[in-house]
Design a protein around this ligand. Sequence first.
Ligand SMILES: [Zn+2]
Length: 248
Amino acid sequence: MIKVLNDRVVVIGAEGSSNITGVLVKNSVIVVDTSLFAEKARKVKELLDDFFKKPIEMVVNTHYHPDHTFGNVAFEGTKILASELTKSFMEVFDERYLSKLPPIEKIVTPNFTFDEEYEDKNLFIKRLGGHTLDSSIVFFKQEKLLVAGDLIFNGFHAEIVADSDLDEWLSALKFIEDMRPAWIVPGHGEVATLECLKAMQRYLVKMKRLLDGALNLHDAMSDENFSKRKFPELFSWSLENLLHQRRS
Ligand SMILES: [Zn+2]
């Protein structure tokens, strides 16, 4: 999927894979997230070069997960910005974690970091946590475009991992809602408006109720907000992660 939102914004993703966003800010391009594959990231870089015909000024990583960062290698030499936490998490991937992934060319960690926030005239980045401790949002002020990383899944089940925090995640969504973005780029799925954020809020609230025993699996799955999302195996996996959190 290549979504050209206007002559300044392009979002590239494929069925279920993570989105890469390119935004022209003044005379250069800012890229958010880089996908799992070096080869794909190189093709995306070519495509962005062709489309904008402007230099890529900076790459931003929303969080440490490999499907958002391992394509960084295609942008080596460029300024790569992320939270300090993202950088530190990327420095400690262990062999067991990496062995479950496709062969990796090289892990290129961010070379510029911020603690909680990064702001300039055109850009506002904030680490909100939730999906992972380091999950950050990237807001392009002029476009009112918010790149949510994996805080929002559109049309796909959410990936709730061992280090996800549902309460923090819901607070992060509230923060995004209050920013009133015109466009939201989810971590996975098509570019959307605030509607996909509201669906994500309802999804996480139901997930919490499911965990608390206030809702049964059948009732959750009869909700279209659950049954119509793709990758149901992700739902089972997320539920297992949450139950494991409860036990430990
Ligand atoms: Zn993620």
